[in-house]
Ligand binder design. Structure first.
Ligand code: ZN
Length: 62
């Protein structure tokens, strides 16, 4: 099971925008996503100004 939501993000420079973020994943049935999570590639969001990137934490479901 993967849960994703459209969430408001505030970048380090104060811009506010919306992005689809994964809030929780079940790693047992989504190995590829687990790999991406370990590599830090999940929920990496680039601000529309293209200057800032921010990542958001994910709840792990076992
Ligand atoms: Zn920004």
């Amino acid at each position: 099971m993967t849960i994703s939501n459209l969430e408001k993000i505030k970048c380090p420079k104060g811009h506010i925008f919306e992005a689809q973020l994964i809030s929780a994943i079940s790693v047992s049935d989504n190995f590829e996503l687990k790999e991406a999570l370990i590599a830090g590639e999940v929920n990496l969001v680039t601000c529309p100004d293209k200057l800032s990137r921010t990542s958001n934490s994910i709840a792990w479901l076992k």
